[in-house]
Write a protein that binds this ligand. Structure first.
Ligand code: CTP
Length: 401
């Protein structure tokens, strides 16, 4: 599956360009977001309108269009992609890539990109077999460009030979292979808890907290992007479901714990939920009435500690258990103590003191506290925290394959 993957598709000028429309459809069916760059020659074969309708995005074409440059510079086009696919890749575009030219938007994007490139060449068989083209291919392959096709067959020009563009389903297969090979957590299972819990007082009232679920959801999304089969067990939040993640929605801490146990075994568990430490000792069966007098006194009992429970030794204990600590002072010292108390492997301690805007905000300042070492991460977005954490998880699990 390609959920959460962003593909920048460059459509150059060749009769095979009509197949790129089907390619867009097939990539999107598998969950990829596709953005298209159409060369001037490409627009002789397919219209920007059809590409735009299929990608449900603007189509980019003119290097010097002022609006495009201000809204979406060529650098951003490649920065916001996980993979660049060129289909069809003409002899001319391959030659310009090999030379490092930047004379239109497509070649400029390719020159400025630090992203992997997969090209599906399409051209007349004599052009394909020409030593100039073959030399360009060799050079590009040596620089890391991947190729799919071309295949042998009848050509639009009436001749027969190698040069036909690979079929869209073969290009999709090559894209899937690319992501499988670059997915460091492929074959791993992950569990993430996120959001607040709601602890019922009566059928209409509950005790909760201000957790937005943003960090936990971002971690689940990043784990899935890295290829892990990911289950997200979440309390009530307004966050959208991360793509490619199996959702388990719960309300209370006890439901969250039960859902975690059901999800085992996993290789890694990340407890990012702000679990309510306490719940009302008894949930009233009916809505509590005012009864014209004293306010009720609500007794609380402690909730199970999910992080500590998952960290307990046993054959179902995940290889890596990670918890969060929300602290307002002596952040690292408290996190060290919490790690030892809960028995987990890592604690990500974040500063939620007043003015940091961490709760419900976009950014987080994190310290990773492990038994063996500690790292202070710079202030960054919750998505960047998630990416960095997943990178660390992949490094750690690589040693336990
Ligand atoms: N956690 C959990 N289950 C609970 C409480 C907390 O899984 N019942 C997890 C959270 O998801 C988070 C970490 O434990 O990963 C946060 O711990 P925290 O609530 O800060 O721990 P406490 O022991 O309650 O620490 P403190 O008394 O400092 O608040």
């Amino acid at each position: 599956m390609l959920h959460g993957k962003r593909i920048l598709l460059i459509v150059a000028g060749g009769i095979a360009a009509y197949k790129s429309l089907e390619l867009v459809r097939r990539l999107r069916e598998r969950g990829a977001a596709v953005r298209a760059v159409l060369t001037a020659a490409g627009s002789q074969f397919v219209t920007p309108l059809s590409l735009s309708a299929l990608t449900e995005d603007k189509v980019y074409g003119e290097l010097f269009s002022l609006t495009d440059e201000s809204e979406m510079g060529h650098i951003r086009l490649s920065r916001e992609a996980d993979l660049i696919v060129i289909a069809p890749a003409t002899a001319d575009l391959l030659a310009r890539m090999a030379q490092g030219r930047a004379d239109d938007l497509a070649s400029t994007v390719l020159l400025a990109a630090d992203k992997p490139v997969l090209a599906a060449p399409a051209m007349n068989h004599r052009m394909w077999l020409h030593p100039a083209t073959q030399a360009n291919l060799e050079l590009l392959a040596a620089r890391g460009v991947g190729f799919v096709g071309p295949v042998e067959g009848d050509m639009a020009c009436g001749e027969h030979g190698p040069g036909r563009m690979a079929e869209p389903h073969d290009i999709v297969a090559a894209v899937l292979d690319h992501f499988a090979a670059s997915a460091p957590l492929a074959g791993r299972r992950a569990l993430v808890t996120s959001g607040p819990t709601h602890e019922a007082i009566d059928p209409v009232r509950y005790v909760a907290n201000r957790s937005s679920g943003r960090q936990g959801h971002a971690i689940a999304a990043a784990l899935a992007r890295a290829g892990a089969e990911t289950v997200l067990i979440t309390g009530p939040t307004h966050e959208p479901d991360p793509p490619g993640v199996a959702m388990r929605r719960i309300e209370s801490a006890r439901e969250m714990f039960a859902a975690c146990r059901d999800t085992l075994p996993v290789d890694v568990a990340v407890c990012a939920a702000a679990v309510s430490d306490w719940r009302p000792a008894a949930e009233a069966g009916q809505k509590m009435k005012k009864n014209g007098g004293d306010a009720p006194e609500i007794a609380f009992v402690e909730n199970p500690d999910i992080l500590a429970g998952l960290s307990e030794p046993g054959n179902r204990r995940p290889a890596l258990v990670i918890g969060f600590a929300a602290e307002t002072e002596s952040i690292v010292e408290h996190a060290r103590a919490k790690r030892a108390r809960k028995g987990c492997d890592w604690i990500l301690a974040n500063d939620v003191s007043q003015g940091t805007g961490t709760f419900g905000g976009e950014e987080n300042t994190v310290h990773l506290v492990a038994a063996e070492d500690e790292e202070a991460w710079p202030r960054m977005t919750k998505t960047a925290v998630a990416e960095r954490l997943v990178q660390r998880i992949a490094e750690r699990l690589a040693g336990t394959a």
